[in-house]
Write a protein that binds this ligand. Structure first.
Ligand code: ASP
Ligand code: MG
Length: 455
């Protein structure tokens, strides 16, 4: 049994929908399909509820969303009856969204709960279109909403985590029943329901993670993540056009790359798959013959070599100085609690006796500084911030046990005349990362790629 996930960029046009359809219909094996919202829809839902709206704007907005999905149905579905059924389903789905948006408008407030509830409509609509397209190709596909199916989360709005045990209990019987009726579930990605029944999303691009949670619950053999790129690459091809796709990665390598900026996978996707030893394949909808990247227990044995370089832009460093910040116990706990309460993610932290340096998103910098300024415990003597940083992360199973890699990396950077800020090595056996000035990022990345991959 396989779980296949398709991203929004492969659902953009009638033609790309049909590419997806051909991939799904290519064999008779049982599968569960998970889809994201059609490209741009989630963003427009978030934008719509993010500012004050007038009554007629709600109407126009709903009409726009309806028309976009109806157009896709018209382009991808030939059979009149199937197409009509799809249109009716889309319109029925939109009733509740429209009423909710009027509610938001009259109340003039959007709670985190409402925001999650609204955001997930992109997926509730895309499953209808994908299922109709498959019905038209002769596949008995049925659209299913994750809350009906029972993808259970911890209930955190905006960035939920799946409760894999609870999810297993609720989805296994339902999926088995569908399989028994020879139906193929087309499931909404991106969200589930919390313990109190409220809709909670897994964070932007969270459909990969939905698919991994479903694969875990159903003990799938393979989880296929279908994107619009050939898999993980040795580096971002926009920076180094000669970048090449990577055939295999270990779970750890893929998790580090996803965390440190490779946009190929949602960073949480690896964990549920790894827990059940499920092979993840990252493939390209628009180039299905390409091998893609296989992620499994062991990558290949490229000892001493690095596999990939990932980059993150728009980072910042907050440095907290204090006489004995390093020696004193509990300092890190107070700081990280503060930042986590304010929803500021610390990407990486390095401490010394007089300073704790933390890497955060640039957009969170002002908030992080304010939160830390408010700490009254008295151990902070000064806070410094550094903006406009970027991070380079080097990943490979070989890093933990091979010698001389760090010096090759840093020599390559030094030759470019760039200076390195925060360095972290050893936290993970498979990844090193360091920061550079944002303006140096591309140059440094090219130099490091040249050093290890010769191009
Ligand atoms: N539609 C959601 C988003 O755009 C989830 C996803 O694409 O995976 O973030
Ligand atoms: Mg998306």
């Amino acid at each position: 049994m396989r779980v296949l996930k398709f991203g929004g960029s492969s659902l953009k046009t009638g033609d790309s929908m049909l590419d997806v359809g051909r991939i799904i219909a290519a064999d008779q094996e049982r599968k569960v399909v998970v889809v994201s919202a059609v490209s741009g829809v989630t963003e427009s839902l978030i934008q719509f509820v993010s500012s004050q709206r007038k009554e007629n704007e709600v109407k126009d907005f709903i009409k726009g969303v309806r028309d976009l999905h109806v157009r896709l149905l018209q382009d991808a579905v030939k059979d009149e009856g199937i197409r009509q059924q799809g249109i009716e389903r889309v319109e029925r789905k939109l009733v509740k969204l429209e009423r909710t948006l009027y509610g938001v408008m009259y109340l003039e407030e959007v709670t985190p709960r409402t925001k999650d509830f609204v955001q997930c409509y992109g997926e509730r609509l895309s499953v209808i279109v994908v299922a109709a397209m498959l019905n038209d190709l002769g596949v008995k596909a049925v659209p299913v909403d994750a809350d009906e199916l029972g993808i259970i989360t911890d209930g955190t709005f905006g960035s939920a985590v799946a409760d894999l045990d609870a999810t297993r209990w609720s989805i296994v019987p339902k999926v088995q029943e569908m399989f028994y009726k020879r139906e193929m579930p087309i499931v909404t990605g991106f969200f589930g329901v919390g313990p109190d029944g409220s809709v909670t999303v897994f964070g932007r691009n969270g459909s990969d993670y939905s698919a991994a949670a479903i694969a875990n619950a159903l003990d799938a053999k393979v989880l296929e993540i279908w994107k619009d790129v050939d898999g993980f690459m040795t580096v971002d091809p926009k920076i180094v056009p000669s970048a090449v796709p990577i055939k295999t990665l270990s779970y750890e390598e893929a998790a580090e790359l996803a965390y440190f900026g490779a946009k190929v996978l949602h960073p949480m996707t690896v964990e549920p798959a790894k827990a059940k030893n499920i092979i993840i394949k990252v493939k390209n909808v628009f180039n299905p013959e390409a091998e893609g990247t296989t992620i499994q227990q062991k990558g290949d044995d490229a000892k001493g070599c690095i596999k990939s370089i990932s980059c993150m832009r728009d980072l910042a460093i907050v440095k907290v100085f204090g006489e004995d910040a390093g020696y004193r116990t509990g300092v890190m706990a107070v700081i990280s609690q503060r930042l986590s309460d304010a929803d500021v993610n610390i990407y990486s932290a390095v401490t010394s006796q007089t300073c704790i340096a933390m890497l955060v998103n640039k957009k969170d910098l002002a908030l992080a500084k304010k939160e830390l300024d408010d700490i009254k415990e008295g151990f902070i003597s000064k806070i410094e911030t550094h903006e406009d940083l970027a991070l380079v992360c080097i990943v490979g199973e070989g890093l933990g046990f091979s010698k001389g890699i760090a010096s090759r990396v840093f020599n390559a950077v030094a030759k470019e005349g760039a200076s390195i800020g925060l360095i972290s090595a050893g936290a993970s056996l498979v990844a090193y990362h360091f920061t550079v000035d944002k303006k140096d990022l591309e140059r440094v990345t090219r130099a490091v790629h040249q050093e290890f991959f010769g191009c």
